[in-house]
Design a protein around this ligand. Structure first.
Ligand code: HEM
Ligand SMILES: [Ca+2]
Ligand SMILES: [Ca+2]
Length: 313
């Protein structure tokens, strides 16, 4: 088994499965029910929760720093303005504060909610250990250096992933999150240029022409600035291996997606996942565990917030 007691160890970094078994046995069920009901009202929720977790874990570890509100926080950094799903975490927390006040961290709620989002959309169900505690700081200035931009080279992506203890396989596997959810036109407009009519024309020859034409149509001049396109053009609501199949036929939305199918260090993994969904799902389980373990605070570190948007008084 994974480890360990829930006694405070002063930041030992160890989590344990079913950490809340004694203190709040319904915790995981309450999160799951909240995510399920929110997603049935709004199918864009699972993608939002999964991306929210990624952006939390890459800045100060998986400590819910992304949820803190206020001037100069991560959440208010321009690079995070397209994040969503906050209200789902808040409502799970409200229910948990009624049943088990002061027990379940926002960091665990977010990790569990992202896990459940994958399962709800048809992906693998992954048991993850809990016991994360909530951070007490959140600085917008730390976002840029830790979050990958769509224009990054594979080299630059590897650098950031390895700084988090994640491998090249983790990078290819976790990028598979783009099998669900959507993106604002501005997120990939660097692959196009604006013509004199304000319309986009293709600059990046690594993109399939018909797919590019479809994207320019959806993002044409006059489309509102909050226009979005699906990350996965064929099964946007399903967590499947279609993302990898698209990469192989030059239909990766971001440059950072496309590069995975063109670099010889990653193409075999992409091919393997495209050919075999079970392989992708198995790998997802391992990589997701590593993602949700980045920089966790345990023991005496951090706190259990009363409300996810603010540190305790
Ligand atoms: C490796 C480099 C990555 C880059 C450059 C990247 C970039 C982006 C961008 C620009 C968007 C669109 C945001 C918007 O315009 O609304 C997006 C969406 C998304 N990303 Fe990533 N991402 C990366 C990795 C990941 C990882 C590791 C995960 C999770 C494990 C993830 C999960 C998602 C999800 C689920 C969405 C859809 C969000 C929604 O529907 O609101 N991404 N990503
Ligand atoms: Ca964080
Ligand atoms: Ca899909």
């Amino acid at each position: 088994s994974y480890c360990c007691s829930s006694t405070s160890g002063g930041g030992s970094g160890l989590l344990s499965f079913d950490f809340y078994r004694g203190s709040c046995p319904a915790a995981e069920m309450i999160v799951q029910n909240t995510v399920r009901s929110a997603s049935s009202q709004d199918p864009t929720i699972p993608g939002k929760l999964l991306r929210l977790l990624f952006h939390d874990c890459f800045v100060e570890g998986c400590d819910a720093s992304i949820l803190l509100q206020g001037d100069g926080t991560e959440r208010n950094d321009p690079a995070n303005k397209s994040l969503g799903g906050f209200s789902v975490i808040d409502s799970a927390k409200r229910v948990l504060e009624i049943f088990c006040p002061g027990i379940v961290s926002c960091a665990d709620i977010l990790a569990l909610a992202a896990r459940d989002s994958v399962q709800l959309t048809g992906g693998p169900s992954v048991g993850i250990p809990t016991g994360r505690r909530d951070g007490r700081s959140s600085m917008g200035s730390k976002v840029r250096e830790n979050i990958i931009d769509t224009s990054f080279s594979l080299e630059e992506m590897i650098k950031i992933f390895s700084a988090k203890g994640l491998s090249l396989d983790d990078l290819v596997t976790l990028s598979g999150a783009h099998t669900i959810g959507s993106a604002h036109c501005s997120a990939f407009s660097d692959r196009f240029k604006l013509d004199s009519n304000g319309n986009l024309t293709l600059m990046d020859s690594s993109l399939d022409r018909n797919y590019a034409a479809e994207l320019t149509k959806q993002c044409a001049a006059g489309a509102t600035s909050n226009a979005t396109v699906n990350n996965d053009p064929s099964t946007p609501l399903l967590f499947d291996n279609q993302y990898y199949k698209h990469l192989l036929i030059h239909k990766g939305l971001f440059q950072s997606d496309s590069v995975l199918a063109s670099d010889e260090r990653t193409i075999a993994t992409v091919q393997g996942f495209a050919d075999n969904q079970n392989l992708f799902f198995q790998s997802w389980g391992l990589s997701f565990l590593r993602l949700t373990s980045i920089g966790v605070k345990t023991g005496d570190d951090g706190e259990i917030r009363v409300a996810c948007g603010a540190i305790n008084a």
